[in-house]
Ligand binder design. Structure first.
Ligand code: AMP
Ligand code: GLY
Length: 423
């Protein structure tokens, strides 16, 4: 079978790297891919949100399965487009329909969904411009810090956490007046949850599910989780506090009620669900849902999966997921993200990357790279993840760090302290 992966980041390189090991795939295509994915398959210059171009590609290349990396095509209705099209409807899309993608596309929808199905999450209320004063009064009932969330997709920037009530009221007003455009026409105001975050994942065909390994990502640019938020500076899997007892709670209180809720709403969901969780005194609460795999979590979780992912997708498609089990590597995987100097603010692109042929015992999963006549060059803020295994988290981190030193490009930066909070 020919398979198409949509997307161009480290997550998609991890998917392509893993799928390239499958004996069940004839040709693997990645659209648009990056400088790393071309070693796993064939890059196609097709925009994942241009559905007509995807249709043309799927037909021409005789694609039998489409795996969607990022959320934008899903929120835009790619799965629905396939279902509604005579020629495409028999081709499975790994990724939910637009209605399912609302779990990520609208925080207000996600919160109401969790409330309806008794899924543990922070207490909240949603407000619009006409209910601003009620919003301010609701803030008075909460304790600092105050959490304000733009309802819609705001490029990861739509969440504000504020210490001071007056600032929170002002920011609520600004958000409702268009601070994040349409995305903040509705704002979720919620209680702050104190704990430690982790990311859990399942793959579901809408009926049954399998859990993937969990991971912790490190979002801040600086060591010790300081400085600006980024798209993710690295990840670690497994997360030591996610023991059997905690994972059972995640399954029973969160994953199963979510899938049942989707069924009850008649929402067709075939794809990954990413549960952004807070561990509050040993109990998991949902901070957010995403309708895809995480980035950079995927760069540490997929290398731990020994099972052919095509077997998992086939089980999902043929409705035999119930007793399907993934074989998981028990070692720790640490993915360190090498980024361009200046990121997440202004940074330069087009730097030659050297040393890729000198790395050992690790996988280099490209995010912002492209192949040029001069070699592989940087083309984004997050350049590549270096993933290594170790019997301990420390060992895995050391191997990734050693290799991170061997790869060079002008103004390279990376965090050396991943896992500092998990010891
Ligand atoms: P989100 O986009 O919903 O994932 O929020 C971005 C980040 O804000 C999360 O990863 C958390 O670190 C933090 N956050 C969001 N909601 C809460 C909350 N209710 N309590 C504490 N931290 C939160
Ligand atoms: N690592 C967080 C995300 O993918 O949204």
């Amino acid at each position: 079978m020919n398979v198409l992966v949509l997307g161009s980041g480290g997550r998609e390189h991890a998917l392509a790297w893993k799928l390239s090991q499958s004996k069940k795939i004839d040709t693997l295509y990645i659209a648009p891919g990056n400088g790393g994915t071309q070693n796993c398959g064939t890059n196609l210059s097709v925009d994942p949100t241009d559905f007509e171009s995807i249709k043309k590609t799927v037909t021409e290349k005789q694609i039998g399965l489409v795996i969607v990396g990022p959320e934008a095509p899903l929120v835009g209705g790619l799965a629905d487009f396939f279902i509604a099209d005579e020629r495409l409807k028999a081709i499975p899309v790994i990724g939910p329909t637009k209605a399912g993608a609302m779990l990520e596309g609208s925080k207000d929808f996600a919160k109401a969904f969790m409330q309806d199905f008794d899924i543990p999450t922070a207490r909240y209320r949603s407000f619009t411009k006409s209910t601003l004063e009620e919003g301010k009064s609701f803030l008075e009932t909460l304790q600092a810090p105050y959490v304000l969330k733009a309802d819609g997709l705001a490029a990861g920037k739509g969440v504000l956490i504020l210490e001071d009530i007056d600032t929170a009221k002002q920011e609520l007003e600004k958000m409702l007046s268009g601070k994040f455009g349409d995305a903040s026409a509705t704002v979720v105001v919620e209680e702050f949850l104190k704990g430690i975050e982790l990311s859990c994942f399942c793959y579901t065909n809408g009926k049954d599910y399998v859990m993937l390994p969990e991971a912790k990502d490190y979002k801040r640019i600086g060591e010790g989780d300081t400085g600006l938020n980024t798209g993710g500076m690295g990840s670690i899997s497994p997360v030591i506090f996610a023991n059997t007892e905690f994972t059972e709670k995640v399954k029973n209180r969160i994953v199963e009620p979510t899938i049942k809720g989707l069924q009850q709403r008649g929402i067709n969901y075939h794809g990954f669900i990413f549960f952004g969780l807070m561990n509050v005194n040993g109990n998991p609460y949902v901070i957010e849902y995403n309708v895809r795999l995480g980035d950079p979590e995927t760069e540490s979780i997929l290398p731990r999966i020994k099972t052919d992912l095509m077997d998992m997708f086939e089980a999902g498609i043929s409705d035999s997921l119930k007793n399907f089990e993934l074989e998981i590597e028990s070692k720790f995987a640490v993915a360190i993200m090498l980024v361009s100097g200046g990121y997440p603010e202004a940074y330069e692109k087009g730097k030659i990357i050297i040393g890729l042929d000198t790395i050992e015992d690790c996988i280099a999963l490209h995010a912002g790279t492209k192949k040029t006549d001069k070699g592989i060059m940087t083309s984004g803020g997050r350049v590549m993840a270096i993933t290594s295994f170790g019997k301990t988290m420390k060992e895995a981190l050391e191997i990734s760090l050693n290799n991170a030193e061997k790869i060079n490009f002008d103004k390279k930066y990376y965090r050396k302290d991943l896992g500092f909070d998990l010891k």
